[in-house]
Ligand binder design. Structure first.
Ligand code: ZN
Ligand code: ZN
Length: 257
């Protein structure tokens, strides 16, 4: 990656200006602001999100979110600023694709990330799982990766990056061998549909060896990757970047910028 890009950040806790400054301080040339759609009140009326932040800024509608960028346009255009891209992180929730696509497609975004945050029983993929039963653990992983594959194949929204594809590790452990097997089909689907897979900064920090397994699956399938810190605060921008770069080099992977 010749241009240092961070393609996944949020502004629900630290304001946009602070995030842009944080990017410049960390040598980031291009930062994508990709707020969760569930932080926008307008869409909460028609979609039953079961995984949301319990605190942080709520935007009334897309206009209010976009206004953040236009109010800082002069600053964004200045030479010292990183390139700032307007984006969203869009949940995939089977059964709500029509409502979500209508909402998201009403504006032409610079970048769209898609992610799975909840399973069909309503549980959050990051919720702590009682590891008594290995069959239950296997079922959760099969459903999570299966939902991600369905998302990649059936998305009604044109999107760029499948984000944090192994995030369920936070709640539900899996061995590296099991993970590689699960991820191969996902990586192939991403290659076929021309979507990049994210090497996620939070996952790189908490589960670096498992992200290496993901990188291996991407390499075997020949799919592109994207770096995103998933920063919710300005001091998290670019976290995990060096590790992502090392993985890209050793597995001969192509970053999207
Ligand atoms: Zn997410
Ligand atoms: Zn995120």
């Amino acid at each position: 990656m010749d241009r240092k890009s961070d393609n996944h950040t949020h502004i629900l806790f630290d304001p946009l200006e602070q995030m842009i400054e944080g990017a410049a301080q960390r040598g980031i040339k291009s930062i994508s602001i990709t707020e969760h759609i569930s932080q926008i009140k307008e869409i909460r009326g028609s979609v039953n999100f079961r995984s949301t932040h319990s605190s942080g800024r709520i935007f009334q509608n897309l206009d209010e979110y976009l206004q953040e960028f236009s109010s800082l346009q002069k600053y964004i255009d200045s030479k010292s600023s990183a390139n700032v891209r307007k984006g969203l992180e869009v949940d995939y929730i089977p059964g709500y694709e029509k409502e979500i696509s209508r909402f998201v497609n009403s504006y032409r975004w610079d970048i769209i990330l898609r992610s799975v945050h909840e399973l069909s029983d309503g549980s959050d993929v990051e919720a702590k799982f009682d590891p008594q039963s290995s069959s239950m653990r296997a079922r959760r992983w099969t459903e999570y990766i299966g939902t991600e594959i369905a998302l990649v194949k059936e998305s009604e929204i044109r999107f760029d990056v499948l984000t944090h594809p192994i995030r369920m590790l936070v709640g539900t452990p899996v061995t590296e061998e099991e993970l590689l097997e699960l991820l191969q089909e996902l990586a192939e689907a991403c290659r076929t549909e021309k979507r990049a897979i994210e090497l996620n900064g939070k996952d790189l920090t908490t589960h670096p060896r498992h992200v290496a397994v993901l990188a291996k699956a991407c390499s075997q399938a020949g799919c592109s990757i994207s770096f995103g810190s998933d920063a919710h605060h300005s001091n998290e921008i670019a976290r995990g970047y060096e590790r992502a770069r090392e993985l890209a080099e050793s597995f001969n992977l192509n970053f999207i910028t």
